[in-house]
Design a protein around this ligand. Structure first.
Ligand code: URA
Length: 433
């Protein structure tokens, strides 16, 4: 077997078998297959697609390219959740304590933000002292003891995806279903949980721009998870506007704290409750979605979820006095209020434009090595469907940069205001199991 024949076979539209896929992954990770050869194969896959069998084989080969975490000596159902990424998405930070306080074991390996999307790890690290670089041993011990741990991916987990994702990023081969699905699922399967809930975002701020494409990706993800005998379910959720009001690391942590205290935004709270309801049903702690929803709500209103949040943050070294007194968090030097020039109804708040502006204000990274300003970001003062008066507030800009003027213009462009009333959109669009 050799890589040139494998590339040629895929280029000519044939299906690769399991040994050919294993050959490619193993030899790419070891360095035998070069980046230029992997690029050619990825482009052939991008153009010709992959069958279900090929996608399953690719997922398996990537999952076993490194360590697979074994959570079997932790009693109970181990649950995991993954979002395809969006703007203002702090769901795991609220959902985690809800389900953990209800008895589920959440073992989550999470990611950092890149470009216009934020990452759960960066948000958590904006809490002073918080450590997300746990060893496997610490990770498992914490899940066992307090039902929740979130850590960054270690070098030993799925090295194939690390190499391939970086290559796809610079060879225009990211946006195709078999490669996205195998990348996401190989990581989720390697992290060892029994159940997986996927939150697939649609809209300008997401990979999938419309419901048809999102459904195709979602069905593939769920099918792969179930093939590997994990109870895998998914929700498709709206990312045509940012989730909640806050975008940016400290700003989102503060909104997560408000939500855990029962005072969160309607759309964000609803998403956290619905996602928690599904996870509690997957963990067999609730008989149905409806029961799970009431259970999740009870955890939020009773204060049990907030208490678990503090236990979790403390276990990973975070300073919990910030959670009790969020006014202690650092504030940006400049806080500027943007106002509407006209009366009307908010028709659109473009999530991509808000995410990109927030990144330029300092809240995100343009490249992997950029540093982050935790205090920077944007707080929306309105949402799609809301009425606005001329001079009424659109959003607040938080930044430590002095040259923020050009960014204000971009932020303003994200808001589309119309004269006709606009319906408040639902946040969860589909539930697939
Ligand atoms: N997220 C991933 O982890 N992989 C992809 O390919 C796309 C999104």
């Amino acid at each position: 077997m050799n890589i040139i024949d494998i590339i040629a076979k895929k280029r000519d539209g044939y299906q690769l078998n399991k040994s050919e896929i294993n050959y490619f992954i193993n030899n790419y990770v070891s360095g035998e297959v070069k980046d230029y050869q992997a690029s050619a194969l990825l482009m052939a896959i991008y153009l010709n697609g992959m069958s279900r069998q090929e996608t399953v084989d690719l997922t398996r080969a990537m999952m076993y390219s490194g360590e697979v975490i074994d959570l079997s000596n932790i009693k109970g159902v181990k649950v995991d959740k993954h979002s395809t990424g969006g703007v203002g998405d702090k769901t795991s930070i609220v959902l985690g304590p809800i389900v953990a306080s209800a008895g589920a074991k959440l073992a989550m390996i999470s990611g950092r933000g890149l470009g216009h999307t934020g990452g759960t790890l960066d948000k958590l690290e904006s809490i002073p002292g918080m450590n997300v670089s746990l060893t496997d041993k610490q990770f498992k011990k914490q899940v066992k003891q307090i039902n929740i741990a979130v850590m960054s991916q270690t070098a030993n987990i799925n090295p194939a995806d690390k190499k391939m994702y970086a290559l796809r990023d610079v060879t225009a081969t990211v946006g195709v279903i078999p490669l996205i699905a195998s990348s996401i699922m190989s990581k989720k399967l390697a992290s060892g949980s029994n159940t997986i809930l996927l939150d697939v975002k649609i809209g300008s701020g997401a990979f999938m721009k419309n419901l048809t494409d999102a459904k195709k990706l979602t069905n593939t993800l769920v099918d792969i998870g179930n093939f590997f005998k994990r109870d895998t379910r998914a929700i498709i959720t709206d990312m045509r506007q940012p989730l909640g009001y806050a975008v940016g690391n400290i700003l989102e942590i503060k909104e997560a704290i408000d939500t855990l205290k029962g005072n969160g935004p309607d759309d964000f709270t609803e998403l956290c409750l619905q996602a928690s309801a599904i996870i509690l049903n997957q963990a067999k702690l609730a008989k149905s979605f409806k029961d799970g929803y009431s259970f999740a709500k009870k955890q939020l209103t009773s204060g049990a979820a907030f208490k678990k949040f503090k236990t979790w943050i403390k276990a990973q070294g975070g300073n919990t006095t910030y959670l009790d007194n969020p006014q202690k968090f650092k504030k940006a030097k400049h806080i500027i209020l943007l106002k509407s020039n006209i009366d009307g109804y908010i028709e659109k708040i473009d999530a991509l434009q808000i995410g990109e502006a927030s990144m330029h204000l300092g809240a995100g990274r343009l490249t992997k090595d950029d540093s982050i300003d935790y205090a920077a970001g944007i707080i929306l003062k309105t949402k799609v469907g809301f009425k606005i008066k001329k001079g009424g507030p659109l959003c607040e800009i938080h930044t430590n940069k002095n040259n923020y003027q050009p960014i204000l213009k971009d932020v303003k462009k994200a808001f589309v205001i119309t004269k006709k009333p606009v319906k408040v959109p639902s946040v969860v669009l589909e539930y697939i199991k």
